[in-house]
Design a protein around this ligand. Structure first.
Ligand SMILES: [Zn+2]
Length: 469
């Protein structure tokens, strides 16, 4: 990927594991923490340490391995005993629409276009404050589900997700998707406003290692070629990734073929915007030629299996993408199209759907699903130098799971359980950049109950008014 940003360490508020340090907040700087008594699955292709330990140097992993092999050195400042729980890398959600989260379940039927039409009266009038309120619910749900990084899309309020994710302690890639009113009559125009919002958010978060930004366009069917080119040029000027929904539904292919004589992917390629900074959401309706184009460009794909199935879009050709070396990550999409922000479900779905349509029980496997939820997602978001796996030099983004096995834990059993058996109920703790942000049902930076009550109170008035027309 063509952009990079260092993850500077520095001061942070760190509450720590309560049974290790007590409930008081403390300011930590370059603290050395030893995490021990844990079974560590370091990544989809990395080693498994049944009795593992992990040494943190502030937000970074300084050493990881079998506890017996821990090198001699000064006594750590703190120790965290995980009580033989399982540690995995933090899960990475490559596509979400957090700002719509309060409208979960208001429209559950129809294919993409029917659903979007039915949805518009509920969501097209939403304000930036509505977005902010919903983001709180979404980020809390993601963290409870072991998600440590998410790429979020909105129409208005490009930096709102970053603000909320940072408040709660989660890592984010945030931005807005521009659309053209002539192709999207229910959508208010949001360009160049999205550019201004993104610039302002970048300034606001200039010293924040947890927040990054992108510029994006909604889709080939809802944007003019001029708008897509303009957004991509702006992204290049600012060295930002470019996000777009692509080839999600069959009708989208019909629309671009009718308008331009090209598939959605070929059309994007003809505009010269396909490159290794692109994050392409969905990519369900892809010909061999389309896949060749994406593979040659270096672009990454966000695969959203549950959303694609619910909206009757189809099943993305993920095994072929992976064979061709296309980076593929998993995404939840929105709580309106899914309706859970749960990558455990997406991992399982990503295997089951491929087997159901191919009738091949060896298509995909747990390792492939886990790869998409961790290192694959990190590659798609251009963050693979820092997150996605647990290795010395990487940032300490990890999830602690209550996950036991009656026959004892091996690498294969842990991998199988993570993909096919585990769910949010197994999530005991979540750490981002060396800081515990969620522990045993409680957030360490916010009071979840009062935040949730405030969101409900905010939307109460909307409920009383009913959907806008
Ligand atoms: Zn989307």
């Amino acid at each position: 990927m063509g952009w990079s940003r260092s993850d500077p360490p520095g001061f942070r508020i760190d509450r720590g594991l309560s049974h290790c340090v007590g409930p008081a907040y403390r300011v930590a700087c370059l603290m050395r923490v030893l995490i021990e008594n844990a079974a560590i699955l370091t990544g989809p292709s990395g080693p498994f340490h049944p009795d593992g330990a992990l040494l943190l140097d502030d937000s970074q992993i300084a050493w990881i391995g079998d506890a017996a092999d821990r090198p001699e050195g000064p006594e750590p400042d703190r120790r965290m005993d995980l009580g033989r729980r399982v540690v995995i890398p933090g899960l990475i959600n490559t596509h979400a629409h957090a700002g719509l989260s309060s409208h979960r379940g208001c429209c559950d039927d129809g294919d993409l276009f029917e659903w979007a039409g039915a949805l518009a009266p509920h969501t097209s009038h939403l304000s930036v404050e509505d977005n902010r309120q919903s983001c709180h619910l979404a980020v809390m749900e993601m963290v409870r589900n072991g998600i440590t990084t998410a790429c979020d899309c909105t129409r208005f309020g490009a930096g709102v997700f970053a603000d909320v994710a940072t408040e709660i302690g989660m890592r984010s890639l945030s931005g807005a998707l521009a659309n053209s009113p002539e192709f999207r009559p229910t959508g208010r125009p949001n360009w160049p406003l999205a550019l201004d919002e993104t610039r302002a958010a970048m300034q606001r978060h200039a010293d924040n290692a947890l927040a990054r930004f992108y510029l994006g366009a909604h889709s080939p069917y809802s944007c003019t070629p001029e708008l897509v080119s303009e957004v991509k040029s702006a992204a290049e000027r600012l060295s930002l990734p470019f996000v777009i929904h692509l080839a999600e539904n069959r009708r989208e292919s019909d629309i671009t073929t009718e308008r331009y004589g090209l598939s959605p992917t070929a059309w994007l390629g003809s505009l010269g915007v396909l490159d290794d900074t692109c994050i392409l959401a969905h990519c369900v309706w892809m010909s061999d030629a389309d896949l060749d184009l994406v593979a040659a460009s270096g672009a990454g794909v966000s695969h959203n299996p549950a959303s694609n199935a619910k909206l009757a879009s189809g099943v993305a050709p993920v095994p072929t993408m992976r064979t061709r070396g296309i980076p593929v990550g998993l995404g939840t999409d929105s709580t309106l199209s899914n309706n859970a922000l749960d990558l455990f479900q997406e991992m399982k779905f990503s295997v089951l759907l491929q087997r159901a349509i191919s009738l091949d029980g060896f298509t995909m496997n747990a390792a492939a699903a886990f790869e998409m939820a961790t290192t694959g997602g990190a590659r798609v978001l251009g963050w693979d130098h820092a997150i996605g796996q647990l290795e010395a030099g990487y940032t300490a983004d990890l999830v602690v799971l209550d996950l036991d096995h009656p026959l004892g834990r091996t690498r294969e059993r842990v991998l199988s359980d993570v993909v096919y058996h585990a769910g949010p109920a197994a999530v005991h703790a979540v750490m981002v950049a060396g800081e515990i942000i969620y522990l045993d049902g409680e957030f360490t930076r916010i009071d979840a109950m009062s935040v949730t009550e405030a969101v409900h109170a905010h939307f109460q008035q909307d409920n009383e008014k009913g959907p806008a027309t």
